[in-house]
Design a protein around this ligand. Structure first.
Ligand code: ZN
Length: 76
């Protein structure tokens, strides 16, 4: 029987790594919505989630987005 994970260990920010230029940027994630588009601060590329991922943090970040961390994905 697994305990549901609440705020324990919740990480509100994620470090995104641009797949095109390798620029890394730590950003605070919105907790009420998924961020689908992201402008790389290094090269200006418009990043989009990979197929199967709901947001750019899931695809390129080192931390999954808040809905995923809380076990409740926004996408459905
Ligand atoms: Zn970039």
């Amino acid at each position: 029987m697994a305990e549901p994970q609440m705020s324990d260990g919740f990480e509100p920010s994620s470090t995104l790594t641009c797949p095109q230029c390798g620029h890394r940027s730590k950003d605070l994630m919105p907790t009420d919505a998924c961020q689908y588009f992201y402008d790389c601060k290094g090269c200006g590329a418009l990043l989009k989630p990979l197929p199967g991922d709901c947001c750019v943090y899931c695809s390129f970040g080192d931390v999954k987005c808040p809905p995923i961390q809380m076990g409740d994905c926004c996408g459905g």
